[in-house]
Structure formats: C-alpha cells, structure tokens
Design a binder for this molecule. Structure first.
Ligand SMILES: [Zn+2]
Length: 142
C-alpha cells in the first residue's frame, strides 16, 4: 500500500459530495455517479498532477438484483455489504478502464489498493446519508 496514495485519498475525501437531481446538475469538471432514483453524485476535490479520481454511489436500501446476488454469493464477505463491494468494484473498473461487466464477472475486488491491468487503484467506501459511496484515486507512473 502506498502511503502517499492513501494520504491523497483521505485529503480528497474531505471535499464535500454534491447530491442533487441529475437534470439540474450542470457541472462538467467533477467525478460523477448516477443513482437509480434520478439523482447524481458529484465529487470534485482539488486536482493533483498525474492522478485520476472516480466516485461511485448506490442507494444503500435498494434491493440487490437477483442475478448479481446469485453470481457474487459468498464472495463479498470482505466488504461491509453487497453495495459496498459493488461500488468498490465499479471504482476499479472506472479507474482501471475495464468495462464493469468484465470486472464484475471476476467477482468483487479485494481490499484497497487493487492493481487492475498494471494500474494501482486506492479506494475507500463509506456511508453518506442514504448512500453507499466509494471514492478512488489512481496514479499513473509512466
Ligand atoms: Zn458535477
């Protein structure tokens, strides 16, 4: 685990999330995640050279789709909940530039940091109101 990546993720997580109806959200600079109920989550911490950020959120109380529950049965024990495991995996898909359908087929990602196709992703998941939110940073080394 790289201490610098952890420190930068924790610093970035101090930037507040904006959660509002997607229809009225007009910014283009933040990292975004759309929710099933029409809201959007926007996270725009200060930028660091060579670092990419992503956010993913789900409504904590929404039901887990049956096919996903079946496919990942017993595989997300290392995470707080199914949605925590899902959001962490979405972050790694976004920052690893791998389609979520490909990454999800391998099961939930392991503990942070995760290396996806040679790219290290540092992530953290926490509850924000009614949402499960995963925050992630990836640093390019080349
Ligand atoms: Zn935004």
């Amino acid at each position: 685990m790289t201490d610098l990546a952890d420190a930068r993720l924790l610093e970035a997580m101090r930037s507040p999330l904006v959660v509002e109806p997607a229809a009225s959200h007009t910014c283009t600079g933040g990292a975004h995640s759309r929710l099933a109920d029409g809201r959007i989550v926007c996270w725009s911490p200060p930028a660091h050279e060579g670092q990419t950020r992503a956010v993913d959120a789900e409504i904590a109380a929404q039901p887990v789709p049956t096919h996903l529950r079946r496919r990942w049965r017993g595989l997300w024990d290392a995470h707080d909940s199914f949605w925590s495991a899902w959001c962490a995996t979405e972050i790694c898909a976004k920052l690893g530039e791998v389609p979520i359908i490909v990454l999800a087929a391998r099961g939930p990602v392991g503990a942070s940091p995760v290396t996806i196709d040679g790219r290290e992703v540092t992530y953290a998941v926490r509850q924000e109101g009614d949402l499960v939110v995963a925050y992630g940073v990836s640093t390019t080394t080349s």
